[in-house]
Write a protein that binds this ligand. Structure first.
Ligand code: MLT
Length: 406
């Protein structure tokens, strides 16, 4: 008998962004000729930086010559990229993370799903509400979430993020084994300051919990004191895994390259009571199940750290932040409660009672697609998420159309 994974019965029918894409497709089919402005999925609009495409071209040339050809690369990533990450994302910021703790991947999303392989499936999971939906879907698929029950899942501890707390989650009374945190946050767009994150690190220490920290939007941090990496907090390397990506930093949504930090000081415990390094387990997992990100994409990612690449990151992220500011200002002008958009390309707006109704309204009346807040959790109901990932011209046009209809 072919026995399918029952956990799929416990998932919502479609992944949020697939559902949004399908509704947009349907709308476009019914209204050919209408010009739609996409502000839904956080997909990059600017092309890759010239230094990145040049590096990738050189990498293709390497592969086309016998003397510089590479076959299988190291499962952990090439040293040239791991060392560049170590230097620029950690050492230069005064953070002691070494290249042997950095594992290059094909993107944050895969790693977030794969991390379940090194954890006990009976672990309870703390999930912020609202949050990026992959954390919950991954936990459902790997069995950690448990069974669906009224208001959630049997093994999921819901961590509410409330507007009155600036959407910073409060420490839960019931302690999860694994806690997913994402800052700057998707979808609310808020950053977290060091003191607040230090409380989470201390909580994880006190209760023996693991924090899976999604830092995919760190390149958008602009304000002093707002955290880019959880390892800015002393002791975080004993309680946290950090997942990162070149997608939102350098437009790699199509190229695919990211990295995950599993510090050497981070340990877990087997059911036998024996302590084990999670770095060792992750390395073991990657060696068996992953053959590394492609040489070409890793050379492209390395170029992101060149002087030209770093200037390009600043310029691109500044432009997306300016778009987010346009969105925020326009909506705030209509007295709509808006959040984020300062250290993040996302603007989170309270625009009604039912997120899908707001989605439909904006699509129908303004031909602007957004992401309905309910897709990020029950506490996202009534909100929608706008992205700054567009051209300035389209952002201005979208807001003009929306303001006319409000
Ligand atoms: C988003 O729109 O939340 C993200 O782009 C989706 C993703 O990164 O997978």
């Amino acid at each position: 008998m072919i026995r399918a994974n029952d956990n799929f019965n416990r998932l919502p029918e479609a992944y949020l962004f697939s559902e949004v894409a399908s509704r947009i497709r349907q709308y476009k089919e019914q209204h050919p000729g209408l010009e739609l402005i996409k502000m839904d999925i956080g997909d990059i609009k600017r092309p890759l930086f010239p230094c990145v495409t040049e590096a990738m071209r050189r990498a293709v040339d390497d592969l086309s010559r016998a003397e510089s050809f590479y076959g299988y690369g190291p499962e952990q990533g090439y040293a040239f990229l791991r060392e560049a990450i170590e230097e620029h994302d950690y050492h230069k910021r005064g953070i002691d993370i070494g290249s042997s703790e950095i594992f290059v991947s094909d993107g944050a999303k895969s790693d977030l799903g794969n991390l379940g392989d090194i954890l006990d499936p009976a672990s309870s999971v703390g999930i912020c509400n609202p949050t990026y939906p992959a954390y919950l879907d991954d936990s459902v698929i790997n069995g950690m979430a448990g069974k669906p029950q009224a208001g959630g899942y049997s093994n999921v501890i819901d961590i509410e993020c409330r507007p009155e707390d600036g959407f910073i989650p409060a420490l839960p009374a019931e302690v999860p084994d694994v806690i997913y945190l994402c800052f700057p946050n998707n979808p609310t767009g808020v950053g977290i300051d060091r003191d607040r994150l230090a409380e989470w690190v201390e909580y994880a220490h006190t209760h023996g919990a693991l924090i899976v920290y999604d830092a995919a939007y760190q390149a958008y941090v602009r304000e002093e004191g707002v955290v880019r990496s959880i390892y800015e907090i002393p002791g975080a390397d004993e309680v946290a895994i950090e997942v990162n990506s070149f997608s939102k930093t350098a437009g790699f949504t199509g190229v695919r390259c990211g990295y995950t930090v599993v510090p050497r000081r981070l340990t877990g415990r087997f059911s036998s009571g024996r302590t084990v390094s999670l770095n060792t387990l992750w390395n073991r997992r990657q060696s068996t199940k992953f053959n590394g990100a492609s040489y070409v994409s890793q050379r492209g990612a390395e170029a992101v750290y060149s002087p030209e690449g770093r200037a390009n990151v600043k310029e691109a992220t500044d432009a997306y932040l300016e778009n987010a500011a346009i969105v925020k200002e326009a909506l705030a002008g209509k007295n709509i409660p808006v959040y984020g958009g300062v250290n993040s390309p996302y603007v989170w707006a309270r625009m009604g009672e039912n997120s899908w109704d707001v989605f439909d309204f904006l699509l129908r009346e303004a031909q602007v697609s957004v992401t309905p807040g309910i897709g990020f959790g029950t506490k996202g109901e009534g909100y929608v998420r706008f992205t700054g990932f567009n051209t300035r011209g389209n952002t201005l046009k979208a807001m003009e159309r929306i303001l006319q209809k409000l």
